[in-house]
Design a protein around this ligand. Structure first.
Ligand SMILES: C=CC1=C(C)c2cc3[nH]c(cc4nc(cc5[nH]c(cc1n2)c(C)c5CCC(=O)O)C(CCC(=O)O)=C4C)c(C)c3C=C
Ligand SMILES: [Fe+2]
Ligand SMILES: [Fe+2]
Length: 364
């Protein structure tokens, strides 16, 4: 790499941002991950000193081993954490899509907690000549706990740089038509594949989103409204009547009230009311992870079957669905408008070199 920044080609980069995951399904690795995650004041808004004692004295000692067992149950042989595997795959395929369309756009993945860290991803892009940066969170619905926290970390790293890239960020895409269409495709493929009689879907379609404390909504976090809109748009695109689908919220943490209705009690209620066949999907998670594969595909299934349900169909997340990669591309292109998406021509580089040469001579 040429050390003189004036002589390097300037490149545009898209950085996918996701939450992060433990490095191994062991109590030790999960503890490191949970400590970093749950120490983030964007995630837990309890006064720091009080929270420090609760986190270190109660939560970490108990939850690290409990969660490690759950992680072990979903860890992919050879591939590791599903969240990491699918997030990497999405970055790789998005990069290939740009290349196939004749663009030189750097694509990388940064995790908010753990590895690959936001710092290392940004440093690597800088090394490759990044001059323009688009932040694209793998959170379709904006929340301060996720999207804003990832952006904070990017801004923190950039605050230490002398020469910063031009910067753009995607705040949300919960109602983006390409995203909704990819979700629709994922659901329809599952309905088709399982070969129910006449294109059969279940009696009810549940869309389960990650939850959030209710006070976050009351303080102005738009996440709840965005989840409801995604749910309505997907329900409509599947041709469902409003009584046939329901939006629920999962993964409640702690004793405070979270967004309702909660997923597990809703599933129990549906089974008790006589719903025999249930389809469940997690539109807010672009990649399968602990929350979907363990909590929804395993735990919630048991609840449904234990309370009289008969047929429980977990529909996998978007993962590497080609329509989803298309949608990521669409969203990126919208926000990249006006930016150079190819390496500069040899002539441009030569001109740049001449200008740099003149500038250097005038300094010495
Ligand atoms: C106060 C606690 C939490 C808030 C607020 C929260 C918001 C939130 N999280 C996601 C997406 C994911 N969360 C995942 C795991 C996870 N989440 C919490 C707690 C809060 N999340 C914990 C403690 C954990 C770790 C697992 C556990 O011990 O239960 C994951 C999966 C990560 C993986 O490795 O697979 C995702 C994805 C969103 C979208 C969100 C707010 C909108
Ligand atoms: Fe979470
Ligand atoms: Fe969970």
């Amino acid at each position: 790499m040429n050390q003189n920044p004036h002589l390097r080609p300037t490149k545009t980069a898209v950085l996918l941002l996701n939450l992060g995951t433990p490095s191994a399904p062991t109590p030790k690795a999960v503890r490191v991950y949970l400590k970093e995650f749950l120490s983030d004041p964007r995630v837990v808004e309890i006064p720091r000193i009080i929270w420090w004692f609760i986190l270190n004295g109660i939560i970490l000692p108990i939850r690290s081993s409990q969660s490690a067992k759950k992680y072990a149950s979903i860890w992919l042989p050879q591939l590791g954490s599903p969240l990491m595997h699918y997030s990497r795959l999405q970055a790789k395929e998005l990069g290939e899509k740009f290349a196939n369309e004749g663009h030189t756009v750097l694509v990388d993945l940064a995790m908010r907690y753990g590895k690959p860290s936001t710092q290392e991803a940004l440093e690597s892009l800088k090394e490759q000549g990044m001059e323009r940066l688009l932040l694209l969170p793998l959170y379709p619905q904006y929340s301060a706990t996720t999207t804003a926290s990832s952006f904070d970390e990017v801004f923190r790293v950039l605050s230490t740089w002398r020469s910063q890239p031009e910067l753009r960020s995607v705040k949300y895409y919960h109602d983006n038509p390409a995203y909704i269409s990819a979700l629709r495709d994922q659901v329809i493929s599952a309905w088709d594949k399982d070969g129910y009689p006449d294109f059969a879907r279940g009696d009810r379609f549940v869309m389960s989103f990650h939850g959030l404390p209710k006070r976050n909504l009351m303080k102005g976090d738009p996440y709840h409204c965005e989840c409801l809109k995604t749910g309505r748009l997907l329900g409509e695109s599947l041709g469902l009547e409003s009584g046939q689908y329901i939006v629920t919220f999962q993964s409640r943490f702690g004793k405070a009230e979270w967004l309702k209705p909660y997923t597990a009690p809703t599933i129990e209620k549906l089974a008790k009311e006589g719903c025999q066949r249930l389809d469940i999907f997690c539109p807010g998670f672009p990649a399968d992870c602990l929350e979907t594969l363990e909590e929804i595909a395993m735990e919630a299934k048991e609840i449904f079957l234990d309370h009289g349900g008969n047929d429980y169909r977990y529909i996998p997340c978007l993962n590497s669905n080609p329509k989803w990669i298309e949608a990521l591309g669409d969203i990126a292109y919208q926000h990249l408008l006006g930016w150079n998406l190819g390496t500069e021509s040899k002539e441009e580089l030569a001109q740049r070199a001449t200008r740099a040469d003149v500038a250097e001579k005038s300094i010495t």
